[in-house]
Design a protein around this ligand. Structure first.
Ligand code: ST9
Ligand code: ZN
Ligand code: ZN
Length: 332
């Protein structure tokens, strides 16, 4: 059972707290989930992209070592465009960023091709606020496949649209970087997600454009997409719960490692405004390291971090007694 009535979760000052604080809601259409409307166009696109990525994986041994390095580099830019960009900065406002950093993160976000910043943030705020109800766009109660990618292949539940109307997105509408990214979204994706990753290995070290497209373009994109989706599927199903054992989101090591710090998902749902999305700092958390480096350069500031005391008290009150990824379980 969900046990969110024991909160307030969020002692720190948080200007969008109301947007993501879980609320207890009745499903508007209880018991009668409308029949799923499959969107065949998305199924065809996603299947083709995955086939191309699998082909790219088989091309890997024939690509040059520098191309492997570039694949890793594009993966990290893609990942940070999601984690440091749309997730921690725009959807949660867990820190503030100066214009040059926001522009960089918006470009990296287009490289990730996961919908524009405003749409992603809207779905994500709905995911936190209406977590695991029909109004959660990727409601994990509907199973692994639905929360992983099935939700992108069917029309949304009417509750997502109805309840989602209550979300305030004015902070995003007022950020010119978000507005411009939305305006130029399609060309920016074609360039950042496909042309730029293909061009660099071809131009600078003579990799074949064919290899570069399938490896640095499709293979990198689809791996990053599935890793992101794992946060919604796997990390909502498997892992331990040091902070609140009454909710499904969990601490999952594989997801944390591959999603550059985003698998501390039990912590994140309990303390959504913490810029580290974790009790810890740089531990398996490249995103926090990146934001801290930007802080040193003066480009990131006002980082929100929960106090040790608040975290400790919450663990005592609602945690399952485990620590970290569950390697240390406290005796009763
Ligand atoms: C993708 C996104 O992959 C992945 C997001 C993952 C999130 C992960 C979060 C985890 C934490 C962070 C971890 C980071 C880890 C990173 C690691 C990196 C390595 N609120 O959507 P429409 C209303 S995208 C309020 O068309 P349909 C609204 O009025 C992949 N209102 O619904 C809207 O109109 P408008 C590539 C809402 O028709 C209207 O409904 N992209 C909300 O049912 C219609 O909206 C794709 O594959 C809301 N939340 O269609 C495209 N939602 O927009 C996929 C809707 O005009 N999308 N409304 O205001 C689609 O094709 C469609 O959205 C659909 C649903 C078929 C899925
Ligand atoms: Zn979640
Ligand atoms: Zn979040």
């Amino acid at each position: 059972p969900r046990n969110i009535d024991v909160l307030p979760t969020n002692p720190v000052e948080d200007e969008i707290a109301d947007e993501i604080e879980p609320v207890i809601t009745e499903d508007t259409h209880p018991q009668k989930r409308p029949p799923m409307q499959i969107v065949w166009r998305n199924i065809v696109y996603m299947s083709l992209l995955h086939l191309g990525a699998i082909y790219g994986m088989f091309l890997l041994p024939w690509a040059q070592p520098l191309t492997w390095l570039w694949t890793l580099a594009t993966y990290l830019m893609n990942a940070l465009g999601i984690t440091a960009g749309v997730h921690r900065l725009w959807a949660h406002r867990s820190y503030k960023a100066k214009l040059p950093l926001r522009i960089l993160l918006a470009f990296w976000n287009s490289m990730a091709f996961q919908n524009d910043i405003i749409e992603w943030s809207r779905d994500h705020r709905a995911h936190h606020k209406y977590s695991e109800t029909e109004a959660d766009p990727h409601n994990a109660k509907r199973g692994f496949f639905f929360s992983h990618c099935g939700w992108l292949l069917v029309r949304k539940h009417p509750d997502v649209k109805e309840k989602g109307k209550q979300l305030d997105l004015s902070d995003l509408m007022e950020d010119p970087v978000c507005v411009v990214q939305r305006k130029i979204y399609v060309p920016s994706v074609i360039f950042m997600c496909f042309i730029f990753p293909t061009f660099v290995p071809w131009y600078f070290w003579g990799e074949s454009a064919w290899n570069a497209f399938f490896v640095c373009g499709l293979f990198r994109y689809i791996i990053a997409l599935n890793v992101t989706w794992f946060v919604n599927s796997w990390a909502h199903l498997y892992g331990n719960k040091p902070y609140d054992q009454n909710i499904n989101p969990a601490e999952n090591f594989f997801v944390t490692f591959s999603a550059v710090g985003e698998g501390y998902h039990n912590y994140h749902h309990v303390f959504p405004s913490d810029y580290s999305t974790s009790e810890y700092g740089w531990r398996f958390n490249l995103t926090t390291f990146f934001i801290d480096c930007m802080g040193v350069l003066g480009l990131a500031y006002d980082k929100k971090k929960m106090s040790h005391e608040a975290v400790f008290r919450r663990k005592q009150r609602t945690g399952d007694g485990s620590e970290g990824f569950g390697y240390v379980v406290k005796p009763n």
